[in-house]
Structure formats: C-alpha cells, structure tokens
Design a protein around this ligand. Structure first.
Ligand code: HEM
Length: 404
C-alpha cells in the first residue's frame, strides 16, 4: 500500500516525541522498593518445588524458587554477544545446550522487531500465546499448563484463542525446523514469549529456562479469562493458578502492547493504549483516564483497575516502569512454569536473549497520534506490523491522503 504525500508532517515536534518515552523511570530504585514490599498473599510453590527439600534443589531450582516467592529478581543482563558455537548440525553446537536457542533467538528476534523499532504483531501474539498455553492450568488440574498442548492439539481452535492463528503457524514452522535438535514445543512457546517481551522497546529481559516436556493432550477447558468477566471471577481464576492479585495486575499489563482484532471486530486493529508495540506503562494510566477515540478498553481491564483487591497494584504501576518490569518478570516466570513437573531439572539459556532497550522514542509519533484520533485507516496493518510510518504518508493534508 502506498499513500500520497504528507510533507507537512516532516516538521515533527521533536520535544514531544522525546517526552513521550521517559525510559525506565526509577529503574532499580523502583525494583528495590518492590522487592522489599510485603504482600498479603502467600506465594505458593508449584510443581516439583512443592515436594523437594532445599538440599535437593539444583542451582536453577533454588533460583526459580527464590524468584517465584519474591525473594529474588528475575531480570538479567547476562548476554552472549558472540556467534553460536556452530551451525545447528555441528558437533560444537550439539555439545552446547544453549547453542540451538541462540539460532532460535535470531529467528524470533528478526520476526518480532518492526522497522519502527516497535514490536510486531508476531511478538505481541507470542506473549499472548505463552499465557494461553501455560495459563490453561489450575491447582486442581493434573495436566495442562506450559506443555505445548495449545499447538500440539486442537486447543488453538477454542474461541479464547481467536487471533493466535498466525503466531501458531509461525511457531509450528519453527518447531518443524528445531524439534529435531531436541527443542520442545512447550519451551519454544515460553522462550518465544520471553524473546518477544525483550524485543518490545522498554520490555524486561527475563531469566529464561528450558527443559519443559510436551504433552499431546489438550488442556482442561474454562481456565482462560474472558474480556467481559468480572474482576471477582478473574481474581479467583488466577488465584486457582497460584497467581496473586499483584501478579495478575502485573501480567495483564501486557495489554500495553496490544492491538485487538476479535474482542470488537468493528474496531479491528485498535490498540489498548496510545503506544501499541511498546512495553511502557501507558496502559495502566490510560485504562483509567480519557484517551483518543481509537484506544479500546476491555471491561475486564476496567473492572480490575477499580476492584479494591487490585486497584492498589494498578495505581502502583502507573508511574513505575522499573517496578512493573521487575514484577512482570517474577510473575511471568511463575506463569511460564505452571503445570511443569520437572522445574528442578530445567537449564538456563537467558544469555541467548537480545539486549533490552531501556529507552525508546517513536520517530513517527505525530502520525500515530493522528491515527489514534481516527484518521488514516489505511495505516492499520502497518501499525500492526510495527512498520515506520514516517515517509509512507505523503500529501498536503489529512483530508488529502489517498492510495496511489
Ligand atoms: C486477565 C484477563 C485477560 C483477559 C480477559 C484477556 C483478554 C484478551 C483479549 C480479548 C485480547 C484481544 C484478542 C484479539 O481480539 O485479538 C487480548 C490481547 C492480548 N493479551 Fe490478554 N487477556 C487477559 C490477560 C492477559 C495476560 C495475563 C497476558 C500475558 C501474560 C495477556 C497478553 C495479551 C497480549 C500480549 C495481547 C495482545 C495481542 C496482540 O496484540 O495481538 N493477556 N487479551
């Protein structure tokens, strides 16, 4: 799609762009505050961590236990910037557990990063896919969770998975390419979520573990939320997954990146805050405040922002990018391990993740702002693909844009 000239927008208000993304805010200061915070909820153990004694835990087992009980940070800057040990078929690569994940990280990063610097619809859907595989589990389920079943069975056809079809196809392509090297679908999906998160500008770089086992049995039904559920229903649904109210609010912040397609099909592509494809905290403030007409709000998010059990956490993330990233990382570590029975045997491959981007400026914010006001429907797919908008709109004014 080529659009006609819109030169007047060359004179962008740069100052407003810079102020749009203040970066990580209080960063580590916020983290220390969050880490010291005493929560009402008791952090439950999951999987084999419930029964293993501390003396039986591996280094990874100990770290995961500390992360999910809020004793330890789940962020990491440990990075391997070198080339992989060898090509996937080489003996050198086979001898290095994380080598194959480095190749996978290259493939995923390329798919998840848009030319605008924002993350693409593939990245956002990968985060949602991670939730929909692992979240189909509760303490009363003997199966389900982060087991790859969403893509190994017909689970993907369930109505709550509408909109995940294209990431499902992409993930299966990667699975077909990498399964012969011992990569499970369950790990591929969860590594996909963690790589997507850090590819999104301002997104956290989460410690990432592999070794989950696949299950070719569809997960129990009725365990994923609906956007018209009450806050009470969602809080209880997540409690039954061992996820407390604060972690729930941290996790739902992923909607900051979102563009919905199926909640309201008459508003295909509308975002849930003014900065789709950016891992900022605008979603929290914009859910409770007035926003441009194109921003769409789920009744469930509005309800969670107001409920007395969750409103405090919601408010706490509004000006807390560092705090949110820290809390997200711990909460997602837990979520990504629901239903996993061999947590103590997992291995760590965090080093293959790309570097986090702690500051970001949307170079095309002036066009995004007009799109958010309801102009330029022609841009919907480009925004979804995180394509840089500057330069594609040409013409003398808003009413003269046209396809050529
Ligand atoms: C708590 C209740 C939740 C409800 C009711 C809910 C519901 C939804 C719905 C209806 C969509 C739009 C799908 C579409 O129409 O295309 C969506 C998008 C999304 N959700 Fe959630 N969700 C919830 C929690 C979560 C959590 C916990 C995560 C991550 C851990 C998450 C991650 C995402 C992401 C990343 C998107 C954007 C996908 C895209 O842009 O393609 N959601 N969610």
């Amino acid at each position: 799609m080529k659009l006609s000239a819109f030169c007047s927008y060359a004179a962008v208000s740069f100052a407003s762009l810079v102020s749009a993304y203040p970066g990580m805010g209080g960063g580590m200061g916020e983290f220390h505050h969050a880490a010291k915070e005493t929560r009402q909820e008791t952090k439950q153990l999951i999987g084999d961590l419930k029964t293993l004694k501390d003396s039986q835990l591996t280094t990874v087992g100990k770290d995961i236990k500390a992360i999910i009980t809020n004793q330890q940070n789940a962020l990491s800057s440990v990075i391997d910037t070198g080339a992989p040990a060898g090509t996937p078929d080489s003996a050198a690569c086979k001898a290095d557990l994380c080598c194959i994940w480095k190749w996978i990280s290259y493939d995923m990063t390329a798919r998840f990063n848009g030319s605008s610097g924002r993350c693409t619809k593939f990245a956002r859907a990968a985060v949602r896919l991670g939730f929909h595989d692992s979240g189909a589990w509760s303490t009363s389920s003997s199966y389900g969770g982060a087991d790859g079943s969403i893509l190994l069975t017909d689970e993907i056809d369930r109505v709550e998975n509408n909109g995940l079809e294209f990431i499902a196809e992409q993930m299966k392509t990667w699975y077909n390419k990498y399964n012969k090297y011992g990569v499970s679908m369950a790990d591929l999906i969860q590594m996909g979520a963690n790589i997507a998160t850090v590819v999104c500008p301002l997104g956290p770089r989460i410690r990432s573990f592999v070794g989950r086992k696949d299950n070719p049995k569809a997960a129990p039904t009725g365990l994923l939320p609906s956007p018209v559920d009450s806050a009470d229903k969602i809080i209880k649904l997540f409690q039954a997954k061992t996820i407390d109210a604060t972690d729930l609010i941290a996790l739902v912040g992923a909607h900051t990146t979102s563009q919905q397609h199926f909640f309201d099909t008459t508003r295909d592509g509308d975002p849930q805050d003014t900065t789709p494809g950016v891992w900022d905290v605008h979603f929290y403030s914009e859910t409770v405040n007035d926003t441009p007409p194109r921003v769409i709000k789920f009744p469930s998010d509005i309800a969670l922002s107001k409920d007395s059990r969750t409103s405090g956490a919601w408010q706490g993330f509004i000006n807390g990018q560092g705090r949110w990233n820290s809390d997200w990382s711990k909460a997602y570590t837990r979520l990504s391990l629901l239903g996993v029975k061999n947590i103590n045997d997992l291995k760590e491959c965090t080093k293959v993740l790309p570097a986090a981007r702690t500051t970001f400026v949307n170079q095309d914010q002036v066009l995004l702002d007009r799109w958010l006001q309801g102009e330029f429907d022609q841009l919907n797919n480009m925004v979804d693909d995180a394509i840089m908008l500057t330069g594609v709109i040409t013409g003398k004014g808003a009413n003269q844009t046209e396809e050529t």
